[in-house]
Ligand binder design. Sequence first.
Ligand code: 5GP
Length: 114
Amino acid sequence: MAESIFTKIIKREIPADIVFEDDDIIAINDINPQAPVHILIIPKKEIATLNDLNENDANLIGKIILVAKNLANQKGIAEDGYRLLVNCNKNAGQTVFHIHFHLLGGRVFGWPPG
Ligand code: 5GP
């Protein structure tokens, strides 16, 4: 499989605005933000979609959610609220096939989503 755009960012082959990084995870500002805060939290392991997760990824996914919580606090959106979401495949509009969690905040979101 070809390297994803996010793997290129992880390898510093293309630039990004990195807001968090450790051995397993990177978080970057979205290039086309849909809210005042729009951060992508990405495992360094290339997993194409949620459908490709297995039991061994449980700890990694838990860590991603904790990173999201911490970033929400840092960005000052925790109290008012925020949305954490993953798009899976075409009906959800997934465009990059390397799992990423969208952390969105700084405005009110509708429910149900469009
Ligand atoms: P998806 O639709 O797959 O859930 O979301 C992909 C997200 O990645 C989109 O919000 C899009 O704006 C973002 N994105 C795509 N390419 C790049 C890039 O090169 N850099 C950054 N920072 N974000 C990107």
